[in-house]
Design a protein around this ligand. Structure first.
Ligand code: CP
Ligand code: NVA
Length: 331
Protein backbone atom coordinates (compact mmCIF):
# COMPACT_ATOMS: atom_id res chain seq x y z
CA UNK A 1 0.00 0.00 0.00
CA UNK A 2 1.66 3.24 -1.11
CA UNK A 3 0.05 6.38 0.35
CA UNK A 4 3.18 8.54 0.08
CA UNK A 5 2.37 12.12 -0.88
CA UNK A 6 -1.40 11.72 -0.31
CA UNK A 7 -3.49 14.29 1.58
CA UNK A 8 -5.86 13.07 4.30
CA UNK A 9 -8.89 15.36 4.03
CA UNK A 10 -11.95 13.09 4.29
CA UNK A 11 -12.59 9.35 4.18
CA UNK A 12 -14.61 9.75 0.98
CA UNK A 13 -11.22 10.13 -0.75
CA UNK A 14 -9.94 6.77 0.53
CA UNK A 15 -10.80 3.18 -0.43
CA UNK A 16 -11.89 0.66 2.22
CA UNK A 17 -8.55 -1.14 1.75
CA UNK A 18 -6.59 2.08 2.35
CA UNK A 19 -8.62 2.87 5.47
CA UNK A 20 -8.09 -0.64 6.78
CA UNK A 21 -4.37 -0.36 6.06
CA UNK A 22 -4.13 2.86 8.14
CA UNK A 23 -6.03 1.28 11.05
CA UNK A 24 -3.79 -1.80 10.97
CA UNK A 25 -0.65 0.34 10.72
CA UNK A 26 -1.87 2.25 13.80
CA UNK A 27 -2.29 -1.05 15.66
CA UNK A 28 1.29 -1.99 14.75
CA UNK A 29 2.60 1.40 15.85
CA UNK A 30 0.62 1.12 19.10
CA UNK A 31 2.22 -2.28 19.81
CA UNK A 32 5.68 -0.87 19.10
CA UNK A 33 5.04 2.06 21.45
CA UNK A 34 3.87 -0.30 24.23
CA UNK A 35 7.01 -2.41 23.68
CA UNK A 36 9.20 0.68 23.95
CA UNK A 37 10.41 0.28 20.36
CA UNK A 38 11.49 3.55 18.76
CA UNK A 39 9.99 4.50 15.39
CA UNK A 40 11.91 7.75 14.80
CA UNK A 41 12.32 7.07 11.09
CA UNK A 42 11.32 10.59 9.99
CA UNK A 43 14.20 12.38 11.72
CA UNK A 44 15.06 15.73 10.20
CA UNK A 45 11.51 16.40 9.01
CA UNK A 46 9.09 19.01 10.37
CA UNK A 47 5.32 19.44 10.39
CA UNK A 48 3.16 22.55 10.82
CA UNK A 49 0.05 22.27 13.01
CA UNK A 50 -2.54 24.94 12.24
CA UNK A 51 -5.42 25.21 14.70
CA UNK A 52 -8.11 27.81 14.04
CA UNK A 53 -10.24 26.10 16.71
CA UNK A 54 -9.14 24.83 20.12
CA UNK A 55 -8.04 21.24 20.79
CA UNK A 56 -6.66 18.89 23.42
CA UNK A 57 -6.61 15.41 21.82
CA UNK A 58 -5.85 16.30 18.20
CA UNK A 59 -3.07 18.75 18.98
CA UNK A 60 -1.44 16.46 21.55
CA UNK A 61 -1.76 13.49 19.20
CA UNK A 62 -0.04 15.30 16.32
CA UNK A 63 2.70 16.61 18.61
CA UNK A 64 3.42 13.32 20.40
CA UNK A 65 3.14 11.27 17.20
CA UNK A 66 5.48 13.65 15.34
CA UNK A 67 8.03 13.52 18.18
CA UNK A 68 7.81 9.71 18.29
CA UNK A 69 8.52 9.67 14.53
CA UNK A 70 11.56 11.88 15.14
CA UNK A 71 10.04 15.06 13.70
CA UNK A 72 9.84 18.66 14.84
CA UNK A 73 6.51 20.51 15.13
CA UNK A 74 5.40 24.13 14.94
CA UNK A 75 2.02 24.97 16.45
CA UNK A 76 0.15 27.88 14.87
CA UNK A 77 -2.86 29.21 16.71
CA UNK A 78 -5.21 31.75 15.09
CA UNK A 79 -3.93 34.67 17.15
CA UNK A 80 -0.27 34.01 16.33
CA UNK A 81 -0.39 33.55 12.56
CA UNK A 82 -1.33 35.67 9.56
CA UNK A 83 -3.62 33.00 8.06
CA UNK A 84 -6.79 34.36 6.54
CA UNK A 85 -6.33 37.84 7.98
CA UNK A 86 -3.24 39.16 6.22
CA UNK A 87 -2.36 36.15 4.10
CA UNK A 88 -4.53 33.92 1.93
CA UNK A 89 -4.74 30.15 2.32
CA UNK A 90 -3.04 29.77 -1.07
CA UNK A 91 -0.06 31.90 -0.03
CA UNK A 92 0.15 30.22 3.37
CA UNK A 93 0.19 26.79 1.71
CA UNK A 94 3.09 27.76 -0.51
CA UNK A 95 5.07 29.37 2.31
CA UNK A 96 4.63 26.40 4.65
CA UNK A 97 5.42 23.89 1.86
CA UNK A 98 8.89 25.41 1.67
CA UNK A 99 9.62 24.82 5.34
CA UNK A 100 7.64 21.74 6.38
CA UNK A 101 7.14 18.20 5.08
CA UNK A 102 3.48 18.05 6.20
CA UNK A 103 0.69 20.38 7.32
CA UNK A 104 -2.21 19.71 9.70
CA UNK A 105 -5.20 22.04 9.56
CA UNK A 106 -8.17 22.37 11.96
CA UNK A 107 -10.69 25.01 11.11
CA UNK A 108 -14.07 25.90 9.69
CA UNK A 109 -15.29 25.02 6.17
CA UNK A 110 -14.03 21.86 4.46
CA UNK A 111 -13.32 23.99 1.38
CA UNK A 112 -10.50 25.72 3.30
CA UNK A 113 -8.56 22.53 3.98
CA UNK A 114 -9.26 21.38 0.41
CA UNK A 115 -7.82 24.67 -0.93
CA UNK A 116 -4.81 24.39 1.38
CA UNK A 117 -4.15 20.88 0.09
CA UNK A 118 -4.54 21.98 -3.52
CA UNK A 119 -1.95 24.71 -3.13
CA UNK A 120 0.50 22.86 -0.86
CA UNK A 121 3.20 20.60 -2.27
CA UNK A 122 3.35 18.47 0.90
CA UNK A 123 0.65 16.22 2.48
CA UNK A 124 -2.18 18.10 4.25
CA UNK A 125 -4.14 16.40 7.06
CA UNK A 126 -7.60 17.47 8.19
CA UNK A 127 -7.63 17.88 11.98
CA UNK A 128 -11.41 18.71 11.96
CA UNK A 129 -13.63 20.93 9.87
CA UNK A 130 -17.31 21.75 10.25
CA UNK A 131 -18.08 18.92 7.83
CA UNK A 132 -15.61 16.11 8.64
CA UNK A 133 -13.27 14.76 11.33
CA UNK A 134 -11.44 11.94 9.53
CA UNK A 135 -8.58 11.33 11.99
CA UNK A 136 -11.19 10.78 14.73
CA UNK A 137 -12.77 8.06 12.60
CA UNK A 138 -9.54 6.08 12.31
CA UNK A 139 -9.21 6.14 16.11
CA UNK A 140 -12.82 5.00 16.43
CA UNK A 141 -12.29 2.18 13.95
CA UNK A 142 -9.16 1.03 15.78
CA UNK A 143 -11.10 1.06 19.07
CA UNK A 144 -13.96 -0.93 17.54
CA UNK A 145 -11.49 -3.44 16.12
CA UNK A 146 -9.85 -3.81 19.53
CA UNK A 147 -13.21 -4.31 21.25
CA UNK A 148 -15.05 -6.48 18.71
CA UNK A 149 -12.15 -7.97 16.72
CA UNK A 150 -13.55 -6.59 13.44
CA UNK A 151 -15.24 -3.56 11.91
CA UNK A 152 -17.25 -5.16 9.08
CA UNK A 153 -20.90 -5.64 9.97
CA UNK A 154 -20.67 -3.65 13.22
CA UNK A 155 -23.81 -1.63 14.05
CA UNK A 156 -23.35 1.95 15.23
CA UNK A 157 -26.07 4.32 16.41
CA UNK A 158 -25.16 8.00 16.48
CA UNK A 159 -27.36 10.06 18.84
CA UNK A 160 -27.71 13.85 18.79
CA UNK A 161 -26.66 16.49 16.25
CA UNK A 162 -26.64 14.38 13.08
CA UNK A 163 -25.78 17.13 10.58
CA UNK A 164 -22.27 18.08 11.67
CA UNK A 165 -18.71 16.77 11.39
CA UNK A 166 -19.03 13.64 13.56
CA UNK A 167 -22.31 12.32 12.18
CA UNK A 168 -21.22 13.04 8.59
CA UNK A 169 -17.95 11.23 9.22
CA UNK A 170 -19.71 8.24 10.77
CA UNK A 171 -22.03 7.93 7.81
CA UNK A 172 -19.10 7.92 5.38
CA UNK A 173 -17.06 5.53 7.52
CA UNK A 174 -19.83 2.96 7.90
CA UNK A 175 -20.66 3.14 4.21
CA UNK A 176 -17.01 2.60 3.24
CA UNK A 177 -16.32 -0.17 5.74
CA UNK A 178 -19.48 -2.26 5.30
CA UNK A 179 -20.83 -1.19 8.69
CA UNK A 180 -24.37 -0.16 9.66
CA UNK A 181 -25.04 3.40 10.80
CA UNK A 182 -28.26 4.61 12.36
CA UNK A 183 -28.50 8.36 12.86
CA UNK A 184 -30.99 8.91 15.66
CA UNK A 185 -32.08 12.51 16.04
CA UNK A 186 -34.80 15.11 15.70
CA UNK A 187 -35.30 15.43 11.92
CA UNK A 188 -34.26 19.09 12.07
CA UNK A 189 -30.76 17.67 12.63
CA UNK A 190 -30.73 15.07 9.86
CA UNK A 191 -27.69 15.29 7.54
CA UNK A 192 -27.45 16.78 4.06
CA UNK A 193 -29.56 14.54 1.75
CA UNK A 194 -26.83 14.69 -0.92
CA UNK A 195 -24.31 13.16 1.49
CA UNK A 196 -26.87 10.57 2.61
CA UNK A 197 -27.40 9.59 -1.03
CA UNK A 198 -23.66 9.31 -1.68
CA UNK A 199 -23.23 7.15 1.42
CA UNK A 200 -26.17 4.93 0.50
CA UNK A 201 -24.61 4.34 -2.92
CA UNK A 202 -21.26 3.40 -1.34
CA UNK A 203 -22.98 1.21 1.28
CA UNK A 204 -24.78 -0.69 -1.48
CA UNK A 205 -21.34 -1.83 -2.72
CA UNK A 206 -19.87 -2.74 0.66
CA UNK A 207 -22.81 -4.38 2.44
CA UNK A 208 -23.20 -1.45 4.83
CA UNK A 209 -26.34 0.57 5.47
CA UNK A 210 -27.56 4.04 6.44
CA UNK A 211 -30.72 4.52 8.52
CA UNK A 212 -32.23 7.77 9.78
CA UNK A 213 -34.79 7.73 12.58
CA UNK A 214 -36.35 9.98 15.18
CA UNK A 215 -37.38 7.01 17.34
CA UNK A 216 -34.92 6.45 20.22
CA UNK A 217 -35.99 2.96 21.24
CA UNK A 218 -36.15 1.74 17.64
CA UNK A 219 -32.86 3.44 16.72
CA UNK A 220 -30.86 2.16 19.68
CA UNK A 221 -32.20 -1.44 19.74
CA UNK A 222 -29.50 -4.14 19.48
CA UNK A 223 -26.60 -1.89 18.54
CA UNK A 224 -22.89 -2.63 19.03
CA UNK A 225 -21.81 0.99 19.50
CA UNK A 226 -23.74 3.93 20.93
CA UNK A 227 -22.01 7.15 19.92
CA UNK A 228 -22.66 10.78 20.70
CA UNK A 229 -21.03 14.21 20.49
CA UNK A 230 -21.63 17.66 21.95
CA UNK A 231 -24.90 19.34 20.92
CA UNK A 232 -23.24 22.66 20.07
CA UNK A 233 -19.98 22.43 18.16
CA UNK A 234 -16.98 24.72 18.09
CA UNK A 235 -17.64 27.82 16.03
CA UNK A 236 -21.42 27.71 16.58
CA UNK A 237 -23.04 30.60 18.45
CA UNK A 238 -23.79 30.34 22.16
CA UNK A 239 -27.39 31.21 21.30
CA UNK A 240 -27.78 27.77 19.71
CA UNK A 241 -27.88 26.07 23.14
CA UNK A 242 -31.52 26.85 23.99
CA UNK A 243 -32.86 25.24 20.84
CA UNK A 244 -30.42 22.32 20.94
CA UNK A 245 -31.31 21.43 24.51
CA UNK A 246 -34.95 21.55 23.61
CA UNK A 247 -34.57 19.48 20.46
CA UNK A 248 -31.85 17.03 21.49
CA UNK A 249 -32.53 16.19 25.14
CA UNK A 250 -34.66 13.20 24.05
CA UNK A 251 -31.50 11.91 22.33
CA UNK A 252 -29.30 11.99 25.44
CA UNK A 253 -27.42 8.72 26.00
CA UNK A 254 -28.85 7.26 29.21
CA UNK A 255 -28.71 3.88 30.94
CA UNK A 256 -32.08 3.05 29.33
CA UNK A 257 -30.51 3.64 25.91
CA UNK A 258 -27.51 1.44 26.73
CA UNK A 259 -29.77 -1.32 28.09
CA UNK A 260 -31.81 -1.15 24.91
CA UNK A 261 -28.63 -1.43 22.82
CA UNK A 262 -27.61 -4.57 24.72
CA UNK A 263 -25.19 -5.66 27.42
CA UNK A 264 -22.30 -6.10 24.96
CA UNK A 265 -22.73 -2.61 23.46
CA UNK A 266 -20.05 0.00 24.09
CA UNK A 267 -20.40 3.74 24.57
CA UNK A 268 -18.12 6.01 22.52
CA UNK A 269 -17.69 9.79 22.29
CA UNK A 270 -15.05 11.79 20.44
CA UNK A 271 -14.72 14.02 23.54
CA UNK A 272 -14.74 16.55 25.11
CA UNK A 273 -18.05 15.55 26.75
CA UNK A 274 -20.54 17.28 29.00
CA UNK A 275 -21.31 14.36 31.32
CA UNK A 276 -21.33 16.33 34.57
CA UNK A 277 -21.12 19.92 35.77
CA UNK A 278 -17.34 19.94 36.25
CA UNK A 279 -16.64 22.15 33.23
CA UNK A 280 -17.32 25.84 32.87
CA UNK A 281 -19.83 25.42 30.03
CA UNK A 282 -21.36 22.23 31.50
CA UNK A 283 -21.95 24.01 34.80
CA UNK A 284 -23.32 27.14 33.14
CA UNK A 285 -25.74 25.24 30.88
CA UNK A 286 -26.61 22.64 33.51
CA UNK A 287 -27.59 25.31 36.01
CA UNK A 288 -29.40 27.39 33.39
CA UNK A 289 -31.52 24.47 32.15
CA UNK A 290 -31.68 22.39 35.35
CA UNK A 291 -29.59 19.40 34.16
CA UNK A 292 -26.87 17.28 35.77
CA UNK A 293 -25.42 16.43 32.37
CA UNK A 294 -26.03 17.13 28.66
CA UNK A 295 -25.49 14.67 25.78
CA UNK A 296 -24.63 11.68 28.02
CA UNK A 297 -25.30 10.87 31.66
CA UNK A 298 -22.37 10.55 34.03
CA UNK A 299 -23.59 7.02 34.82
CA UNK A 300 -23.06 5.90 31.21
CA UNK A 301 -19.85 7.89 30.73
CA UNK A 302 -18.27 6.28 33.81
CA UNK A 303 -19.73 2.80 33.24
CA UNK A 304 -17.83 -0.34 32.27
CA UNK A 305 -19.43 -0.08 28.80
CA UNK A 306 -17.67 3.24 28.14
CA UNK A 307 -14.46 2.99 26.09
CA UNK A 308 -13.91 6.73 25.67
CA UNK A 309 -10.38 6.89 27.09
CA UNK A 310 -9.14 3.94 25.03
CA UNK A 311 -10.67 5.79 22.06
CA UNK A 312 -8.88 9.02 23.03
CA UNK A 313 -5.50 7.28 23.29
CA UNK A 314 -6.06 5.77 19.87
CA UNK A 315 -6.14 9.28 18.38
CA UNK A 316 -2.36 9.41 18.80
CA UNK A 317 -1.61 5.98 17.29
CA UNK A 318 -3.87 6.58 14.29
CA UNK A 319 -2.59 10.09 13.63
CA UNK A 320 0.93 8.65 13.74
CA UNK A 321 -0.13 6.11 11.11
CA UNK A 322 -1.54 8.86 8.86
CA UNK A 323 1.62 10.94 9.04
CA UNK A 324 3.91 7.93 8.62
CA UNK A 325 2.03 6.55 5.62
CA UNK A 326 1.56 9.82 3.76
CA UNK A 327 5.15 10.90 4.42
CA UNK A 328 6.47 7.56 3.14
CA UNK A 329 7.96 6.31 6.42
CA UNK A 330 9.52 2.85 6.27
CA UNK A 331 9.80 0.79 9.44
N1 CP B 1 -11.95 14.63 19.69
C1 CP B 1 -11.22 15.72 19.44
O1 CP B 1 -10.97 16.09 18.31
O2 CP B 1 -10.78 16.37 20.55
P1 CP B 1 -10.04 17.77 20.59
O3 CP B 1 -11.04 18.81 20.15
O4 CP B 1 -9.60 17.94 22.01
O5 CP B 1 -8.88 17.73 19.64
N1 NVA C 1 -18.64 18.34 16.81
C1 NVA C 1 -17.55 18.70 17.68
C2 NVA C 1 -16.46 17.69 17.61
C3 NVA C 1 -15.31 17.93 18.56
C4 NVA C 1 -14.23 16.91 18.45
C5 NVA C 1 -17.05 20.08 17.28
O1 NVA C 1 -16.90 20.33 16.07
O2 NVA C 1 -16.84 20.91 18.17
Amino acid sequence: MDLKGRDFLKLLDYTPEEIEYLVDLAATLKAKKKAGELVDVLKGKNVALIFEKTSTRTRCSFEVAAHDLGMGTTYLEPASSQIGKKESIADTARVLSGMFEGIEYRGFGQEIVEELAKQASVPVWNGLTNEFHPTQMLADLLTIKEVFGRTKGIKVVYMGDARYNMANSWMVTCAKMGMHITLCSNKKYFPDPELVKTCEEIAAQTGGSVTLTEDVMEGTKNQDVVYTDVWVSMGEPDSAWVERIDDLTPYKVTKAVMDNAGKDAVFMHCLPAYHDLKTQIGKEKGEQFGFEDLEVTDEVFESAQSVVFQEAENRMHTIKAVMAATMGAEF
